[in-house]
Design a protein around this ligand. Structure first.
Ligand code: ZN
Length: 63
């Protein structure tokens, strides 16, 4: 049964910037929930396990 109090996830672009990581520079669209404290958007790279520092909103469309 769906929990109606669950916040709606926000689509964000997360890009790993770890030099040694094979996913360096690869952007993933991920559903995220804002954290209660800064940094509001947090993600971890599934490849290298490092925190992803490059997180932007997917709503911003680059021409
Ligand atoms: Zn990585």
């Amino acid at each position: 049964m769906p929990d109606t109090n669950e916040p709606t996830p926000t689509k964000m672009r997360a890009t790993c910037r770890t030099d040694a990581c094979s996913e360096n520079g690869v952007t993933y669209l991920v559903n995220m929930y804002p954290a209660g404290a800064a940094p509001v958007w947090r993600a971890q790279c599934g490849q290298c396990g490092q925190p992803i520092t490059d997180i932007t909103t997917a709503a911003v469309v680059t021409p």
